[in-house]
Ligand binder design. Structure first.
Ligand code: 5RP
Length: 226
């Protein structure tokens, strides 16, 4: 574990939870940085913060439950006030690649319902152009070969993510294809192309969704606003 990167993640998480207030519905992201935020939220709840939370993965749900953070069914709310989540890359327009941890489908649904999507990252996640990190794409297993061919048609190259000898399964029981497209200079048009592929249920391009990116850098934080 790179300790300075972990320190930056913790700093970003601590800064982000300052944005929470009583009465909010809060989306809980997934991944190690979001995990730091969930632990901070657990402390705030213990000290009296009154929120209700919606986790983006089974892992985040279990972590939140272990910290006695009140959880609510996503289907019982119309909107989410604020979500704190991580990312694998962000660019100067605050477009993101997410899904390294495989939770992108629920993360994007929660993000789409959220007024203020706050992204927390370490400084290694900042890029000029998205695409060095392989783009995670969630597909129903029945469609995986078909989607792989469509990715090739888009001049990409994908492989099904494995967990040992078998395919990695998401919380929704789907496969992940990790795909490279070279530098993604127009995330919006690639997102549109991917959205049109049958059997592809989600991808990790989050275009114009983040309100703020809070980045830990050395011993401080830097905030980027949309
Ligand atoms: C999970 C995600 C994570 O937020 C992303 O992979 C960043 O993870 P980490 O905070 O561990 O670097 O999108 O699906």
């Amino acid at each position: 574990m790179n300790t300075s990167i972990e320190f930056e993640k913790k700093l970003a998480a601590k800064e982000a939870v300052k944005l929470l207030s009583d009465g909010q519905t809060v989306g809980l992201g997934s991944g190690s940085t979001a995990g730091y935020a969930i632990r901070e939220i657990g402390k705030l709840v213990k000290n009296g913060l009154q929120i209700r939370a919606i986790p983006t993965s089974d892992h985040s749900r279990d972590l939140a439950a272990s910290l006695a953070i009140p959880l609510v069914d996503i289907n019982s709310v119309d909107t989410i006030d604020i979500t704190i989540d991580g990312a694998d890359e962000f660019d100067p327009s605050l477009d993101l690649i997410k899904g390294g941890g495989g939770a992108l489908l629920r993360e994007k649904i929660v993000a789409a319902m959220t007024t203020d999507l706050i992204i927390i990252v370490d400084s290694a996640k900042k890029v000029e152009v998205l695409g060095a990190f392989k783009l995670p794409i969630e597909v129903i297993p029945f469609a995986s070969s078909f989607v792989l061919r469509r990715i090739t048609n888009l001049n990409g190259e994908g492989t099904v993510r494995m967990a040992g000898a078998t395919e990695y399964l998401t919380d929704e029981g789907n496969y992940i294809i990790d795909a490279t497209f070279g530098p993604i200079r127009d995330p919006s048009s690639l997102a549109t192309e991917l959205n049109g592929i049958e059997g592809l249920v989600g991808h990790g391009l989050f275009v114009q969704m983040a309100r703020k990116v809070i980045m830990g850098v050395d011993s401080t934080t830097k905030t980027f606003e949309a």
